[in-house]
Write a new protein. Structure first.
Lengths: 308, 308
């Protein structure tokens, strides 16, 4: 029996459409109502058959919903909460999937009506692709979903939401929003920013042609282009809404990089060797934790030769 | 008909053992002689049946060789050239596969006997794995191999070496060693250094536990751990032997990162959005050039759940 009769998905990109697919495949809801700001995207969701009903007005989409999942760029969270507030029914559970939590909670909470259970969340899953076509039902399998409830959150609502994410394939963790934002700053936000930055640096070089960067990218550079191909709106918002934690991690990263730069300048081979050895162990731990494949080159298939 | 009667492989790690495999599979040599410094590695190469003869003394290994391929960390190039010099026969072609070229040429050239054709080279191919077990015959397929011959290099030797790499599956480019070192500094050396650095920064954090870094790594961080799991000796040597080009690229990268840091601090969303949009196009070009797969998440298979 589905845990929820009606689920409303506000936003139907990679995460929203993956939720729609896993809910349908595993029968987690009787009815899925989809709303998103762009008429074109909503039409595409309908073409893909992702839901049972489609609404341009988010307040209408949530009217009968027992669970509302907001999957929009974090900068839009406040406006979405304000827009859906009139439609939310008492006892409904409202959650989100945003990559920053303190800011989302601050933006959404003032708009949440009495009797609605708002519990912020963040599934640690995704790819560099975006839009309703990019989602797939197994996206959350074996991934963590972090919930960041307020101290007075309703235990029954927490229990229902946790079960929902488990049914989607996730393992559920609970932490406070500030800690979430600091952890994600290092494991996700800094890697994306660094990737965007290095791809930008390479793209700007005048002494090395763009075609050289492209041709020889299999020597390392191409790995970074994956994260740097992520959704620009989503990542602009992450940077703007987790500023302090990101600046803290950036400053540690730059301090360490200055020290590495100095080791290279002064030919300190032992220091380089020590770091390069220590980092190997980290990957091993990730593989052992079931969060990475133990295959060379990510098990990446060979790229296909270009047709002439 | 094989292009070479006898090929000597000095060093039998990822690259050397991939060469041994592709030469055997595509019949590119009548006889493969293998030599490497570590007795244990040489024994392993023999167990794997990678060659026809195995020599602990590199000078003996090269005695009959028409082609000698040195595949060792670039810091060992000079010592290897000195060690094999007495055994090299006139007319033989000597090459290498090192990731830096000016330094290797400077180290090896003084030891090359009259009548031996030394042409430095660098196949742009690899994985993060190392050792004789890590190699595979298709490693060079659809990848570039850069040759950096001296101005007075023998055209016939160049032709033979180019054909050899083509037969291994590579496309061959020719450039001068300094330009090679600058191009590789941005497409390969900087990405590795940045990856090592960020993994080190995360490993050092006291406010975020190591298990949190591991658990949530699928959100971006794990991508960097692949390059940061590369061979420490090889990468120490690259840093020490391409110092100037690496420092130049590092300094550009840090300058750009400071500018990005400032945009984050001051909430300059337009600047962030512009960069994050521009970088998307770079990945698209790499895919179009046949140097990357157009699959989400590198087509990486899902990691397996941990056994309890």
């Amino acid at each position: 029996m589905p845990a929820f009769k009606t689920v409303a998905l506000i936003g139907i990109g990679l995460i929203g459409s993956s939720l729609a697919r896993v809910m349908r495949d595993r029968k987690l809801a009787d009815r899925i109502v989809i709303s998103t700001r762009s008429a074109e995207t909503l039409k595409r969701a309908e073409e893909l058959g992702l839901g049972d009903a489609y609404e341009t007005d988010p307040a209408k989409a949530v009217v009968d919903a027992d669970l509302i999942i907001v999957s929009v760029p974090v900068g839009a969270s406040g406006a979405v909460a304000e827009a859906i507030a009139p439609g939310l029914k008492p006892g409904a559970i409202l959650t989100d999937v945003g990559s920053t939590k303190a800011s989302v909670i601050q933006q959404m909470t003032p708009h949440v009506p009495e009797g609605v259970h708002f519990i912020a969340g963040h599934p640690i899953a995704g790819t560099e692709k975006s839009g309703p076509d990019a989602g797939f039902a197994t996206l959350f399998d074996n991934r963590w979903c972090i919930l960041t409830p307020a101290a007075d959150a309703d235990p029954a609502a927490m229990e229902k939401l946790s079960r929902f994410w488990s049914a989607c394939g996730s393992k559920v963790d609970v932490m406070d929003p500030q800690h979430h934002d600091m952890v994600l700053a290092i494991v996700s936000h800094l890697p994306h920013i660094i990737a965007y930055n290095i791809v930008g640096t390479a793209d700007d070089l005048e002494a090395v042609t763009k075609s050289e960067v492209i041709k020889y990218s299999a020597s390392g550079f191409r790995d970074f282009t994956r994260l740097a191909a992520s959704d620009p709106t989503m990542w602009r918002d992450v940077c703007l809404h987790n500023r302090d934690a990101i600046l803290e991690m950036l400053s540690r990263f730059m301090e360490d990089l200055s020290s590495l730069q100095r080791a290279i300048r002064w030919g300190d081979g032992d220091k380089l060797f020590d770091l390069f050895t220590r980092t190997r162990a980290v990957r091993k731990s990730i593989v052992e934790a079931g969060q990475e494949v133990d295959l060379p080159d990510f098990g990446r298939p060979a790229a296909h030769p270009v047709k002439p």
